[in-house]
Design a protein around this ligand. Sequence first.
Ligand code: DNO
Length: 347
Amino acid sequence: MKLTFRWYGESDCIPVQYLRQIPNMSGVVTACYDVPVGEVWSVESLKKLKSIANGVGLEMEVIESIPVSEDIKLGKPTRDKLIENYCENIRRCASVGVKCVCYNFMPVFDWLRTEMYHQNEDGSNSLAYSWADFQKIDPHNLHLPGWDESYSQDELQGLLEAYSHFSHDDLFNNLVYFLERIIPVCDEVGVKMAIHPDDPPWDIFGLPRIVSNEADLDRMFAAVPSKNNGVTLCTGSFGAGRHNDVVHMVGKYSKEGRLHFLHLRNVKWTDDKDSFVEVGHCTKDGSLDMAAVVDAAVVNGFDGYVRPDHGRNIWGEDAKPGYGLFDRALGCAYINGLFEMAEKKNK
Ligand code: DNO
């Protein structure tokens, strides 16, 4: 495995050289975050990001994300041009040495929480999702933690309306249409596409979601069989859904050579509905067996990229929720330990 760390480029509050000091760190996971969705990234900006990473001894082999325009998901007539741009972005990323691209196909919101600063007993705070609080949200006057700056009310209502007669199959067919056009480019330039699961893994506000469980992934892989059509297995996203056996999924997709990127984080289920809190990475702190997850990956020949996912804000850090340095670095230390043990045991 290659241990990586998400870094938001020059605007990230964490100096990139700090990342290099995390034990066993191989590279950054980043993107051209300032380019509007659907547009082509300049090779210069990719090269600049790469040279900043390389300058401190880190690689830049993983992009998260090249975002997919809503018009592609909705199958609008503009999609062919947008898919062409997407293919061009894949080629440009490959030209600077990128090997893996994470993306998602969730309509409108790529993650959803009801709280960004949930207060934990130990004084830390983290992201959380409460079933009860979710019921109180008015879909016709949506104000969502973390999303208010991304859409105006009119845009949001327009998008919700555009999807209102849209089924899971409609969205799936548009995903297949997209994959059938981008995967041949990946095959040509040697890039692994890794779809990120729905977060949380169920429908919200009547929007269809199609990457929520094992059957969804199987259907997607059967439709476009190239191994470059793979998954970002985010344990916290799939694992928020109690219907998902994350350990089994990690083992299965490692074995099939479809698990290209592993996002490791733990969640704690907090009631008998769908509520959960993001916790520290250790098994003991949450509801997922992190040691078993890593073991399943190693036993089944996983050979991809790993990154710690959302950390809590700890030690007085006030970082972008989920993306501080301290707790993710602690996560790295723990992840290194789990992999070292599992690899020794399975030699
Ligand atoms: C949230 C992230 C997501 C993820 C995208 C990938 O913290 O896990 O925003 O990067 O869904 O496309």
